[in-house]
Design a protein around this ligand. Structure first.
Ligand code: PLP
Ligand code: ZN
Length: 406
């Protein structure tokens, strides 16, 4: 029996319509191998009472627990994640005439939005009796799993690309996780992890190969609605690697619509670096899935995802919101990290800063129009990064390889 009030009913594969019992640990669809997504009995939710109740509840993402999968309060593993601030940026020089806000997940436990997904997924893993977890990660997901795993008393192994920022590697180790360094990108780390862990009984917490991380990320959408309902942004700009965050927000808006709390959802724009943009390319080409990106390169580790799993679902989410995609150069990303820090006092990860860099290109492309309200999502703190090292990696601003400043 549930005492969280969770209305979880099943796990469902959108590709082949298989329904799976959610009371046992399961990864991907047993029929076709694609992502499983949670379903809830929304008819049992008294939506206006639910919404009125949020303010009186705990100041964390667990205030939305009816539409999260965890069944028992005792299963919840929390470090106080959620309810990150929404900050006005004022006039942004590259995109005059817009009202720009930034939601800042850099201050969440472990320094990124990955805390949301891991809090929910580790809680559910504990509830379902798992005791050993592993994840291939660009850094932040590994740190988050290490921390929540430690808090839950579960064993954690993290597979990181060799070039992951050292503070993230050290972060995982500090929480007591085993760290395995793998040459290459997240793709190689994922392949190494799945080979090494086969038959060990450890559970794969890779995003969308595990059904509950995306449920935690849904809370980004619930919070945007709670914090900005009276002036919900026209557009939401999100740094996209695997695309789980974007899919989670879209799911939140769909659920809010289904229960009658929302009638218009923000258009979602996926931002990717020029050197690794499989989702944006698929959006431009109108294809149902993203093809692997050859020779991926970018200074934003979380966006170095050359072949996102479940790209079909991510593309459906962007298209369903009537949004789109845009690419930005690494040079523009580093400029944005610096400008957000110096102009606004915001420490943004390169991934989060990519959304600031995307504003000008989105306006020039006619995707966002003067007078509109835009929310940028900063998914992580800039503190694990050295600005000087990022600058060196992309060349001097006025060097020969520099792009014109806006
Ligand atoms: C800071 C940061 N932003 C964005 C992303 C991309 O995440 P998503 O899978 O939601 O596209 C990552 C993934 O590692 C990340 O660490
Ligand atoms: Zn299936």
């Amino acid at each position: 029996m549930t005492d969280t009030g969770s209305l979880l009913t099943a796990l469902e594969c959108r590709a082949c319509c298989t329904q799976v019992d959610p009371t046992k640990p399961v990864g991907t669809c047993p029929t076709c191998g694609q992502a499983l997504l949670a379903t809830y009995d929304l008819s049992k939710l008294d939506a206006s009472a639910w919404r009125k109740g949020w303010a009186g509840r705990t100041a964390s993402l667990w205030r939305y627990r009816e539409l999260l999968p965890v069944q028992r309060v005792a299963s919840i593993v929390t470090l106080g994640e959620g309810l990150s601030p929404v900050l006005p940026l004022g006039e942004v020089p590259t995109a005059t005439g817009l009202r720009v806000w930034l939601k800042d997940d850099g201050g969440l436990p472990t320094g990124s939005f990955k805390a949301r997904g891991m809090a929910v997924a580790v809680s559910r893993a504990r509830e379902l009796g798992l005791d050993a977890l592993f994840v291939p990660s660009a850094g932040n997901a590994g740190v988050a799993l290490s921390a929540y795993g430690a808090r839950a008393g579960l064993r954690v192994r993290v597979y990181l690309p060799e070039r992951t920022p050292p503070p993230m590697k050290e972060g995982c180790r500090a929480y007591g996780a085993d760290v395995v360094e793998v040459p290459g990108t997240l793709r190689e780390a994922g392949a190494a992890a799945r080979t090494a862990e086969a038959g060990t009984g450890a559970f794969d917490m890779s995003t969308l190969r595990e059904p509950y991380r995306v449920e935690g990320k849904k809370t980004m959408g619930f919070e945007i609605f709670e914090q900005l309902a009276d002036e919900l942004p026209d557009a939401l700009v999100y740094p996209t690697g695997g695309g789980t965050g974007l899919l989670g927000m879209h799911r939140a808006f769909q659920e809010l619509r289904a229960v009658g709390l929302l009638d218009r959802e923000p258009r979602i724009y996926a931002v990717q670096p020029e050197g690794c943009a499989p989702i944006v390319r698929a959006l431009r080409n109108g294809t149902p899935r993203a093809e692997p990106w050859a020779d991926p390169r970018t200074i934003a580790p979380g966006l170095l995802v050359p072949s996102p799993f479940a790209s079909e679902r991510v593309l459906e989410a962007v298209r369903g919101s009537r949004g789109g995609g845009i690419t930005v150069s690494d040079r523009a990303i580093v400029d944005a990290v610096r400008d957000l820090a110096r102009r606004d006092g915001i420490s943004a990860s390169p991934e989060g800063a990519a959304t600031y860099a995307a504003l000008g290109p989105l306006v020039r492309a006619g995707a966002i129009r003067p007078g509109e309200t835009v929310l940028l999502y900063n998914t992580g703190s800039g503190l694990p990064f050295s600005l000087a090292a990022l600058e060196r990696a992309v060349g001097a601003p006025d060097g020969s390889d520099a792009r014109p400043r806006e």
